[in-house]
Design a protein around this ligand. Sequence first.
Ligand SMILES: Cc1ncc(COP(=O)(O)O)c(C=O)c1O
Length: 427
Amino acid sequence: MTGANSCPACAAAGEDEEDADSNSVASSYHLKRLFYFAFNLRRNVMHLQTRTIHTGVDKDTAYNSIMTPIYQTSTFRFADIGVTRGYDYTRTSNPTRKALEENIASLEGGAGAIAVATGMAAITTVLHLFRPGDHIICTHDCYGGTDRILRLYQDQFNVQVSYVNLQNPENLETSFRPNTKAMWIETPSNPLLNILDISKLSKAAHARGVLSIVDNTFLSPANQRPFELDADIIVHSTTKYLNGHSDVVGGAVVAKEHSILERLQFLCNALGQGASPFDCWLVLRGIKTLVPRMKLHEENANRVAQFLAGHPAAKRVYYPGLKTHPYHDIALRQQHGFGGMVSFEVAGALPEVNHVLRSVKIFALAESLGGVESLIDHPVSMTHASMNPKLRQEAGITENLIRLSVGLESIEDILDDLNHALDTIAK
Ligand SMILES: Cc1ncc(COP(=O)(O)O)c(C=O)c1O
């Protein structure tokens, strides 16, 4: 039956409903759904740490499994002509993916989310909200991949992009054009960990009818919730802290409003961006430990930043948790934690930088971030190699800059590793 939906759980999920009266199996199915629906409503007001573990995960109405099943199927049997149990084809939607979407949307406090194949898929899907001739203002030290796709949109689709230093919010005012449709920010920025005032910038954007889009990858909702600071869309590479174990690539977009969510869901299906059920399951599992992981990442990163700040071979240290960080006060105000990323400039040139990169043993020389293991990155030759060199220079990403993703190993071993690599330079 596809007519009026008397089951509130099915109605809320936008799903068709079978005729419960004529089918006792369907009837018990709806009873269970109703129970989980009510439970999930309660969960949405629970503390974030509880929601990381519980929200959206009850998809097994057949056996009540505690863990969300991996619905590894491309298609779903129709119950009758025109009647489904809410799913017909996995590109469009899948129960495991939906569990992850509900979970992330709840953590960010949005109307809903889409879970996609990579962080870049998340960014690409958002960019499809815009049309040729639209203008986007982007923070000047955005992630290299964001810069690359924006340039592609500029060249091929006539989307106009201005890269602006938004540390000074007045620069935003002078960058607006009549056709400006979005402001794209990333805070803390990659790799310099500059902090942007999300609330101030979003309010200025809204005054001009411009959307505020925030890449929240570096902090995750455990440490920063941009919707509380007036953002409209949140982008994630779930590859990083949300999953947290460096064993999957994924992305998500969260919308504050239903109207934007519906457009994103349409685009996700039309562009074929959706994440696979298995990857969604991995990310869901990773998220369950997000809060304690983020606490320990921060604890270790703070110790690393303090250590580097006192070491003669480290020239400049970038960590928002340091009182000397130029935007420490904004970080304190808008974040719920300082995160696990630390960048620093080596006192010396490329040979000294290479020495550090080759000497560390616990830190693996690798791109990416946010996993339980410590990683070391040389932005100029690795993550930011594709960035326009002039823009890179202007942003302050120098040849002697190193970025650390501080993991969850014992802090004594982490500090020993860095000490060994840096001491030889200092000597
Ligand atoms: C801030 C930020 N956003 C987006 C991305 C892209 O994510 P993915 O590699 O999952 O496509 C990255 C990747 O490093 C990133 O650091």
